[in-house]
Write a protein that binds this ligand. Structure first.
Ligand code: TMP
Length: 214
């Protein structure tokens, strides 16, 4: 089926500023009369949001294995792709997704150290032909990421998040993984310096997005 829309994903470690930038881009595109849909992973569908809860906050999930985590992330994704993303793209919408399969490569592949070829094949099964046209990788130094995460955790009501509770070494591996992924696909994955002021990050993102608008 012909996809007329544009599929943009946002990636990065915790506290890289994705949510803020997605909201700003959606606002800008909306002001130009574009039909925009913002989504997040894991989640974005009723089934996906239940899976998100299981992955991040459920009381029982401390015993979750890396393999189960990989499959649940991709169960949520398989549902989102078919229930929402494909129909939206066929309808010509611009889909902005907070995380997609690069997160799985970075977190479950590099972070949890699962076999990268196996992780890739699970992703391929989940997404089929549905791949992002553009991926914005918001890069922030590890200290900035850790500080923003600490601030967020101190201002929001404390809700246990199993993934955020992982140790420093895990996040170092995730950050390294993102670097490798971005370098390996420079056409699709664009580096954005997420440590700049919000307006500067927004401007850098617009420079990359504008030429792709259908
Ligand atoms: P967030 O919505 O606050 O970014 O939380 C999502 C968490 O899930 C974040 O810690 C990254 C993690 N994640 C994975 O580990 N693998 C994945 O495939 C996705 C989409 C997210």
């Amino acid at each position: 089926m012909k996809m007329k829309g544009l599929f943009i994903t946002f990636e990065g470690t915790e506290g890289c500023g994705k949510s803020t930038q997605i909201a700003l881009l959606a606002e800008r595109l909306g002001a130009l009369g574009r039909q925009v849909r913002t989504l997040r992973e894991p989640g974005g569908t009723p089934i996906g949001e239940e899976i998100r809860h299981t992955l991040k906050h459920s009381e029982q999930n401390h015993a979750m294995t890396a393999e189960a985590e990989l499959l649940l992330m991709n169960a949520s994704r398989a549902q989102l792709v078919r229930e929402v993303i494909r129909p939206a793209l066929v309808a010509g919408e611009i889909v902005l997704c907070d995380r997609f399969y690069d997160s799985t490569m970075a977190y479950q592949g590099y972070g949890r150290e699962l076999d990268l070829a196996k992780v890739k094949s699970v992703i391929e099964f989940a997404v089929g032909e549905t791949k992002p046209d553009l991926t914005l990788f918001l890069h922030v130094p590890a200290e900035v990421s850790a500080e923003r995460l600490r601030l967020r955790q101190s201002t929001l009501p404390v809700v246990r998040d199993r993934i955020e509770a992982a140790d420093r070494k895990f996040f170092e591996r995730v950050a390294h993984g993102y670097g490798v992924l971005a370098a390996g696909e420079p056409q699709r994955v664009k580096f954005v310096n997420g440590a700049q002021p919000v307006a500067a990050v927004c401007a850098q993102i617009w420079e990359v997005v504008q030429p792709l608008l259908p």
